[in-house]
Design a protein around this ligand. Structure first.
Ligand code: FE2
Length: 497
C-alpha cells in the first residue's frame, strides 16, 4: 500500500472542502464590462458555472458578489511574489496576504489562484510575469512561501462552508526564455512534496513551455504534452485555464519576425495573450490533459478572457461549455464539507539562510540577465533545461516595450516632459536603461503603473533636473486620476459614475 505523506493528507482534506465549480470564466471585473458580458452570455443560454475574478478594489469585489448572488465566485490574486526568497521579509507582505484573505472572504472564494511567478526580482520591477528559476532551492522557497500564505488564509478567512480558501499555484507562461537546472514538472513535484497547495494548469502557458523551452526542436507537441503530464503532479490540479495566444504587440510594433536558421518548421512566436482568440491547438492539448487518469482533483475548467471583446468571449464560451460541460463527471460532485474548520499547521523545518542567500544571488543574476546587463552565465543558465535562444527578443524588444508602452504609454502619460526631453536631445530609450540601472526597494503594494510614474520622475531629475518640477506635476495629476479610477462609486459592476 502506498504511504501517504502528511502533506498529501492535508491537501486531500482541504480539497474535500472545495466544491466542484464546473465550466466557467476567469475575468477581469473592469474589462470587458462584466454586466454586459453576463447579459450577453445569458442571452446565448451559456451562463458560466462560475466566475474567477482577477484582483480588484474591495468595493468592486463586493459589488460583483452582490450582482451574482448565489453563484460561485473564485479569486485570481496578484502581487504576492512567492517565488522570491526575500518576500516574507518585506514588512508589507503579511498585511498584503491579510488583505487578500479579506477579498476571498468577500467573494466567498474556495481558492486563491496565484501565478507561480513574479514581477519584482532583486529590486527590479517588471510589468508582466517572470517565471521562477527552476531549481531545487527555488522549489523549496516557493513551498515555504506558499505555506506562509496558506497559514494566513487559515487564520484570517472563513468561508460560508466553514473552510479556509485553498492556495493554488498556476504554471506560469514562458516569455521567450527559461532558466534553471530542473525540468518544470520536477520543480512542481518538489513544491507539492512540501506544500499542501493545489495547482492550476494553464494550457496556453503549457504551449509556451513547448515553444520557449526549445522542446519543439526534438519533440512533437503531442508527445511533449504526454511527457510533461506524465511527470507533473496531476493529482494536485484543481483548476485548468485555457486562454489566447498571439504574436506580442511589441514584435508587431517592431515588425519583428523571429527566424530560426537551424529549423524550417518553427512554431509561431506566440506568447500568452488573453485578448486574443483561443488557438485550436490548445483544445487538442486540453483533451490529452483531461483524459489523464491522475487528474483526480479537478474542480474548475475556465476560459481566461480578460480584456477580450464580448462577442468573441460569448462565441468561444458557448462552444467551450457545450464541448466540455460534462468534462468533470468523474470528479467529486457533492463536496462533503467538514464543519470542523481550522488546521493545525504542519511542522516544517525552516529553510536555511544559506539556501535563501544563494537563491537571492541567483535571482539577482537572473534580473540582470533579463534586463540585458549581464550575459546568461552561472549554473542556472548552463544546463540543458535552460533555453535562451530568444532571450534577445525579450531584452531588446519585449522589455523596452513594457517599460515605454505597456500599461501606460510614457509619452502620453508625460506629454510635456517628454516633449522637452526630446528638444534637449534625450531619447526615451534611455529611460529603459535607467530603469534597470540599480535596484530599488519596494514601498507598499506592487503596482506597475505607479512604479512607472515614480521611476520617470527620477529619470527626469537625473537627465534634466530643470524639468523635474514639470515631471512631478504631471506625475501628481496621473496619481490623482488613477486613484479616482480605482475607487469609483459603483452602481453595477463595470459601470462607473
Ligand atoms: Fe491562467
Amino acid at each position: 500500500m502506498a504511504i501517504v505523506s502528511p502533506v498529501e493528507k492535508e491537501f486531500s482534506r482541504r480539497l474535500e472542502q472545495v466544491p466542484v465549480h464546473g465550466v466557467g470564466l476567469s475575468v477581469d471585473v473592469y474589462s470587458p464590462h462584466l454586466t454586459s458580458l453576463l447579459g450577453a452570455l445569458h442571452q446565448r443560454h451559456a451562463p458560466p458555472a462560475y466566475l474567477e475574478v482577477f484582483r480588484a478594489a474591495p468595493a468592486v469585489l463586493a459589488a460583483v458578489r452582490r450582482q451574482v448572488r448565489g453563484s460561485l465566485l473564485a479569486y485570481h490574486g496578484e502581487g504576492l511574489w512567492l517565488t522570491q526568497p526575500d518576500t516574507p521579509d518585506d514588512p508589507s507582505f503579511a498585511q498584503e496576504v491579510r488583505e487578500v484573505a479579506g477579498h476571498l472572504q468577500t467573494l466567498d472564494s474556495a481558492w486563491l489562484n496565484h501565478e507561480c511567478a513574479t514581477k519584482y526580482i532583486a529590486g527590479y520591477s517588471y510589468g508582466t510575469y517572470l517565471p521562477p528559476l527552476y531549481t531545487e532551492s527555488s522549489a523549496m522557497v516557493v513551498a515555504e512561501n506558499a505555506m506562509l500564505i496558506q497559514d494566513v488564509l487559515d487564520r484570517h478567512c472563513r468561508l460560508a462552508n466553514g473552510a479556509a480558501p485553498l492556495l493554488l499555484l498556476e504554471l506560469p507562461p514562458l516569455t521567450y526564455f527559461v532558466a534553471g537546472t530542473l525540468g518544470i514538472p520536477t520543480f512542481f513535484r518538489l513544491v507539492v512534496q512540501r506544500a499542501s497547495c493545489g495547482l492550476v494548469l494553464d494550457v496556453g502557458h503549457l504551449w509556451t513551455v513547448f515553444r520557449y523551452s526549445g522542446a519543439w526542436r526534438t519533440t512533437r507537441l503531442e508527445k511533449f504534452v504526454d511527457d510533461f503530464i506524465s511527470q507533473f503532479p496531476m493529482d494536485r490540479i484543481v483548476e485548468i485555464h485555457v486562454a489566447g495566444l498571439a504574436i506580442h504587440e511589441s514584435s508587431v510594433a517592431a515588425r519583428f519576425q523571429p527566424v530560426d536558421r537551424r529549423e524550417g518548421d518553427v512554431p509561431p512566436a506566440w506568447t500568452d495573450a488573453h485578448a486574443a482568440p483561443i488557438q485550436p491547438v490548445l483544445f487538442e492539448m486540453l483533451e490529452r490533459v483531461l483524459s489523464h487518469p491522475r487528474l483526480t482533483g479537478l474542480r474548475g475548467l475556465a476560459l481566461e478572457v480578460d480584456t477580450k471583446s464580448i462577442p468573441l468571449i460569448v462565441d468561444e464560451f458557448a462552444e467551450f461549455s457545450k464541448r466540455y460541460g460534462s468534462a468533470l463527471p468523474h470528479m467529486q460532485k457533492e463536496s462533503e464539507v467538514s464543519q470542523e474548520g481550522g488546521y493545525q499547521p504542519l511542522p516544517r523545518a525552516p529553510l536555511s539562510e544559506t539556501i535563501k542567500h544563494a537563491l537571492a544571488a541567483a535571482y539577482e543574476r537572473y534580473a540582470l540577465v533579463a534586463a540585458g546587463r549581464s550575459e546568461p552565465e552561472g549554473p542556472e543558465w548552463n544546463l540543458p533545461t535552460t533555453c535562451v535562444d530568444e532571450l534577445e527578443t525579450y531584452r531588446s524588444i519585449y522589455l523596452p516595450y513594457e517599460i515605454l508602452s505597456w500599461g501606460g504609454q510614457v509619452d502620453t502619460m508625460f506629454p510635456q516632459s517628454c516633449r522637452r526631453l526630446e528638444e534637449q536631445g534625450v531619447p526615451l530609450s534611455r529611460f529603459v536603461s535607467f530603469w534597470f540601472q540599480r535596484p530599488r526597494a519596494r514601498s507598499g503594494p506592487y503596482d506597475f503603473f505607479l512604479v512607472k510614474i515614480d521611476r520617470f520622475v527620477e529619470f527626469v531629475l537625473e537627465e534634466a533636473p530643470e524639468l523635474a518640477a514639470m515631471a512631478e506635476q504631471e506625475a501628481d495629476e496621473l496619481r490623482r486620476a488613477y486613484d479616482f479610477a480605482n475607487e469609483p462609486p459603483i452602481q453595477a459592476v463595470g459601470e462607473r459614475t
